[in-house]
Design a protein around this ligand. Sequence first.
Ligand code: PGA
Length: 252
Amino acid sequence: MRRLFVAGNWKMNLDGCRSHDLAEGLKKQLADVQDVRVAVFPPYVYLNCVANVLNKTPIEVGAQNMYPEPEGAYTGEVSGAMLTDVGCRCVILGHSERRHVIGETDEFINRKVHKALECGLEPVLCLGETLEQRRAGQMEKVVSGQLRAGLDGVSAGQMEKITVAYEPVWAIGTGETATPEQADQAHACLRNVLGEVYDEEVAEATIIQYGGSVKPDNAADLLSMPNVDGALVGGASLSVESFVPIVQAALN
Ligand code: PGA
């Protein structure tokens, strides 16, 4: 049985005070959460504060990105070691906003995956097709390619540290959600690819989250699908009132 994983990607939202209060609120409401893995991904500058609040709770803290070099002249960038130093356990890599707004390539994301693993961080590797690609019938081709490229050189043994997040670009922040069937179909395709690249054991064990306008009112349906193992939540992760019910939907 795969243990469901619900993650909150705060993106470039909140301020110091609100980040602190949100972490405190989650700490109170989710103090005993065990059967579901929960993590939050605040902006870099609030990681330290949020990690301190959530220290010794079951809620993990992760970063939204990292740079694939250990140190040096990379102005404005943050290394994996810096992230573990401030209490991060995981890191989101290849989020669609980084692929499409910042221009990150599969190769660059793959370098980050390797560096994150080297630093002891657990990557959440994001991928997903655009609306044009879906309309052109290319969903499976696009997400399979992103998965293979993102995991290039990653061993079967390292796969237990990797979470995959399927996030169709057309569903992120748009209020439009993939139907549970659409999500399950994409996840099944990704699981097949994992079976081809690795083996059945890895394919069955890998957590594949769905992301894209997950809300309290659609979470239960999405999470009931056999291949949907959790959620990567953006907008609805910014308040206790909307994030906690999504975690509860995963518990049921
Ligand atoms: P959303 O974002 O829930 O606001 O659509 C999801 C994500 O980008 O991870």
